[in-house]
Design a protein around this ligand. Structure first.
Ligand SMILES: Cc1cc2nc3c(=O)[nH]c(=O)nc-3n(C[C@H](O)[C@H](O)[C@H](O)COP(=O)(O)OP(=O)(O)OC[C@H]3O[C@@H](n4cnc5c(N)ncnc54)[C@H](O)[C@@H]3O)c2cc1C
Length: 404
C-alpha cells in the first residue's frame, strides 16, 4: 500500500491538536495538513473530560506561557463561541479565604492576577461574598467576573469544522504507531496504513511522551496520569452555589483544591480528588494497564516525586477513598453541606509531565527535534488557552517549513 503524502501531520484530536491544525491551515492554506486521532471522535480524552471552566488567568506565574495564553485565550475563545453559537455562562468565580494564612495567600493571588492582566479582578468582603454566594462562608474572597463555564467538546467540534472547511484532512480511528525520518521526510506507520510527512506535530496528551519517543525525541519527561473523581450536588441542592467556588490553593500542591463547579448542563460538580491512575486513560479505579503502570514505576522521577509529596499524597488518597474526608474539604466552603447532598459524579485523567528529578513541569512545555514538534505538557488551563497554544505551535511549524 502506498503512503498518503502530506506536508504536516498532527497527532492528536484534542483541543491542542485541533487548534494547531486549524491555525496551520489558516497560515498555510496551500500546504496539505493532516490530523490523525486514534479515537472515533474529537476530544474523547482530557479535552472532553474536564471541568468545563474558562479560566480567567489568576494563578499562573506572570510571564509564563500559561499566564499569557490563558488571559488572551479566554477572550479569543469567547469571540469564537459567539460566532459558532456555543453557549458560555459568565458565572464568575470566588476564591475564598478563612484563615490569616489564606488571606495572605489571597492577597498574593490578587497581585498575581493583576500582573497577568485579568480583567475585573477584585477583593471582596465577607458581606459582598454573601451577596454573590449566600451559602458560602469566608472572611475574604477574590472575585473574578470573567471566569465562565462552557462545553469544551463543542469547542473542539468547532475547531474540527473550521479545519475541514479550510481543506484540512481529519482521520479518526487512526492511531500513530511509529515514525522514522528518511531524507528529510517521515515515514509514519499507523493502524490504518502509512503516511509521509515533512513535519510531525505531536499533541498526544496522556500519550505525549510515548509518541515523542517513537518520533526520535529522547525526552527527559514522563507523563504520569492522575485521575480526578468528582461528586455532584443532588438536583434539589444545586442552588447552594451560583458560580464557581474555590478555596485558596496551597502553593506547594499542583492542584487547586476541591471546589464547586457549575456545569453548562445545570449540574454542579464538587471535587476533584487527585490520585495516581493505573491506566493512562483510566477513568475508573478498575481500569488497569500493566504497560502504563510499568512506565510510571520504572521512571526514577516518579519515586522522587513520591518522596517529595508523601504527606499531601497520603492526604489525597484518604480524601479520594473516604467521602467524609472529601465532605470536610467542601464544608470549609459551604458549612451547611451534608453527605447526602452529594452523589457520584464523573471523572477525568490529567497528564502530568514529570522530570527525572521528580519535579512536576508547571508551564506548557514544547520540545523541537529534527522534523518534529512535541507538546509534552499541556495541563489546565490548556483548554481555555487552546486557541493561543495552537497559534503559537502553528507559528513554530510555519517557521520550520519556511526555513526549509
Ligand atoms: C479533570 C480535568 C479537569 C480539567 N479542567 C479544566 C478546565 O476547567 N479548564 C481548562 O482550561 N482546562 C482544564 N483541564 C485541562 C484541559 O482539559 C487539558 O489541558 C486539555 O484538554 C489538553 O488538550 P490536549 O489536546 O493536549 O490533550 P487531549 O485532550 O488528551 O488530546 C490528546 C489526543 O491525542 C490522542 N492520541 C494519543 N495518542 C495517540 C496516538 N498514538 N495516535 C493518535 N492519537 C493519539 C488522544 O486520543 C487524544 O484525543 C482539565 C483537565 C482534566 C484532566
Amino acid at each position: 500500500m502506498t503512503a498518503v503524502q502530506t506536508d504536516i501531520l498532527v497527532v492528536g484530536g484534542g483541543l491542542v491538536g485541533l487548534s494547531t491544525a486549524m491555525h496551520l491551515k489558516q497560515m498555510q492554506p496551500r500546504l496539505s495538513i493532516t490530523l490523525i486521532e486514534k479515537d472515533g471522535v474529537a476530544a474523547a480524552q482530557q479535552s472532553g473530560h474536564n471541568s468545563g471552566v474558562l479560566h480567567a488567568g489568576i494563578y499562573y506565574e506572570p510571564g509564563s506561557l500559561k499566564a499569557r495564553f490563558c488571559v488572551e485565550g479566554n477572550r479569543a475563545l469567547s469571540n469564537l463561541c459567539e460566532r459558532f453559537d456555543i453557549p458560555i455562562v459568565r458565572c464568575g468565580k470566588v476564591i475564598v479565604a478563612n484563615t490569616d494564612k489564606e488571606k495572605d495567600r489571597l492577597e498574593r493571588l490578587h497581585d498575581r492576577g493583576v500582573d497577568n492582566g485579568v480583567p475585573g479582578l477584585r477583593m471582596i468582603s465577607s458581606r459582598e461574598l454573601r451577596e454573590i454566594e449566600p451559602h458560602v462562608e469566608g472572611s475574604k474572597a477574590l472575585f473574578a467576573p470573567e471566569s465562565a463555564i462552557i462545553d469544551f467538546k463543542k469547542v473542539a467540534c468547532a475547531y474540527a469544522e473550521i479545519f475541514r472547511n479550510a481543506g484540512g484532512n481529519l482521520h479518526f480511528n487512526t492511531e500513530f504507531v511509529s515514525a522514522c525520518l528518511e531524507n528529510g521526510r517521515h515515514r509514519v506507520v499507523t493502524n490504518q496504513g502509512e503516511f509521509g510527512a515533512r513535519l510531525i506535530i505531536s499533541c498526544a496528551g496522556l500519550h505525549a511522551d510515548v509518541v515523542a519517543g517513537r518520533t526520535g525525541n529522547r525526552t527527559e519527561l514522563r507523563v504520569i496520569p492522575f485521575r480526578g473523581e468528582y461528586l455532584q450536588l443532588r438536583k434539589d441542592r444545586r442552588n447552594l452555589v451560583n458560580g464557581l467556588v474555590y478555596p485558596v490553593p496551597d502553593p506547594d500542591l499542583p492542584f487547586l483544591g476541591v471546589h464547586f463547579t457549575p456545569r453548562i448542563d445545570g449540574s454542579v460538580e464538587a471535587g476533584p480528588s487527585a490520585i495516581l491512575a493505573t491506566k493512562r486513560e483510566g477513568y475508573s479505579y478498575r481500569d488497569f494497564s500493566l504497560k502504563d503502570v510499568a512506565s510510571t514505576l520504572s521512571f526514577p522521577g516518579f519515586w522522587l516525586l513520591v518522596a517529595r509529596n508523601l504527606g499531601p499524597g497520603i492526604a489525597e488518597i484518604n480524601q479520594a477513598l473516604r467521602k467524609s474526608v472529601f465532605l470536610k474539604g467542601l464544608q470549609r466552603l459551604i458549612p451547611e453541606l451534608q453527605e447526602d447532598d452529594l452523589e457520584p459524579g464523573g471523572s477525568g485523567v490529567r497528564a502530568m509531565a514529570v522530570d527525572r528529578k521528580g519535579r512536576m513541569v508547571d508551564d506548557f512545555h514544547i520540545e523541537e527535534t529534527p522534523g518534529a514538534i512535541h507538546v509534552l505538557n499541556a495541563p489546565s488551563p490548556a483548554a481555555t488557552s487552546s486557541l493561543m497554544i495552537g497559534k503559537y505551535i502553528a507559528g513554530k511549524a510555519d517557521l520550520r517549513i519556511n526555513s526549509g
